[in-house]
Design a protein around this ligand. Structure first.
Ligand code: NAP
Length: 289
């Protein structure tokens, strides 16, 4: 069986390293990015073709990976690639968007004879670089089977969650957890700072016990030095938590951590929305503006 020709759209903090891993696996043929310079640089580095438009990329590929910012961006990119889509081509969306967007895009793509998987990811920029992302997939199991080479090149845990939208529903659960973890870590480190403890030592020792977690280990050392380079942009997590809030409201639920984190992020969005979500520490740390 010949390897699928894969194209990748959206070469941001997550998409660029994912494309690099697809290329390392010998699968990447084409890239496209809204800001063309990024595609030219990465295409040159990897020796892959840069498509002039999403439709041109679709014309050349059997599998198309997407990793763009938000719901409107996925809808826009899918509209733009449709004129080039062949019957049987699989579109895999790795962006974090709503279940409704996943379902709507799936309908548009299947109406043109294509196939669709929602396949949001978790593991941060570090996981994207290492090719160890956790991938939560919604869609037809036979489509997932055909798409496995593209998913295995970027992730180490690939889990089929159900029909289209089930991947995004699972990712919403993940984002609620991230909100609670961000609140707990930033509050605890601010408490440690008020107690006059050595913060590096606190992070080191508690990371090895029951309170250890990915965010504390990866972002704790930078946040205590006032460094908030993304990472995962606060504005993107805010977008995700708005999705979680609306899903919860449809169920008649209130997610307390989500409500608090949205209110906190709204204080930071204008000046710090492009920083990492650990910028929440700005609101928690003592004696800081
Ligand atoms: P990013 O660095 O801001 O990159 C966003 C990418 O989307 C860029 O390539 C951007 O193009 C492209 N884009 C945005 N709007 C577009 C549009 N209307 N049409 C075409 N392209 C568009 O964001 P990221 O951190 O890679 O995140 C991408 C997705 O992954 C988001 O849904 C995010 O929630 C999710 N995610 C992020 C992380 C993380 O840790 N960063 C982890 C898991 C999931 P330009 O270069 O032209 O701006």
């Amino acid at each position: 069986m010949t390897a699928p020709r894969i194209g990748f759209i959206g070469l941001g903090a997550m998409g660029a390293p994912m494309a690099r891993n697809l290329s390392a696996a010998g699968l990447l043929g084409y890239v496209w990015n809204r800001t063309p310079a990024k595609a030219r640089v990465l295409g040159g580095e990897l020796g892959v073709s840069v498509a002039a438009t999403p439709a041109e990329l679709a014309r050349q590929c059997d599998i198309i990976g997407l990793c763009v910012s938000a719901d409107q961006d996925v809808l826009h990119v899918v509209d733009a690639l449709l004129p080039g889509l062949h019957p049987g081509t699989i579109v895999i969306d790795h962006s974090t968007v709503s279940v409704n967007t996943a379902r709507s895009v799936a309908e548009t793509i299947t109406a043109k004879g294509g196939e669709f998987l929602d396949a949001p990811v978790s593991g941060g920029v570090e996981g994207a670089k290492a090719g160890t992302l956790a991938i939560m997939v919604g869609g037809n199991p036979a489509t997932l089977e055909r798409a496995l080479p593209a998913l295995e090149a970027v992730g180490s845990r690939i889990t089929h969650m159900g029909g289209v939208g089930a991947g995004q529903a699972t990712k919403a659960v993940n984002q609620v957890l991230c909100a609670g973890i961000n609140q707990a870590v930033t509050e605890a480190l601010a408490f440690a700072q008020s107690l006059g403890l050595e913060l590096e030592k606190v992070i080191d020792v508690v990371s090895r016990g029951a309170a250890g977690n990915w965010f504390l280990e990866k972002r704790g050392p930078t946040m205590i030095r006032g460094k908030f380079a993304p990472g995962f942009k606060l504005a993107l997590h805010h977008k995700d938590l708005k999705i979680c809030q609306s899903m919860a409201r449809e169920l008649g639920l209130t997610l307390e951590q989500v409500e608090k984190t949205l209110a906190d992020y709204e204080k930071l969005l204008d000046s710090h929305g492009d920083e990492d979500i650990s910028a929440l520490y700005r609101l928690q740390r003592p004696n800081q503006p």
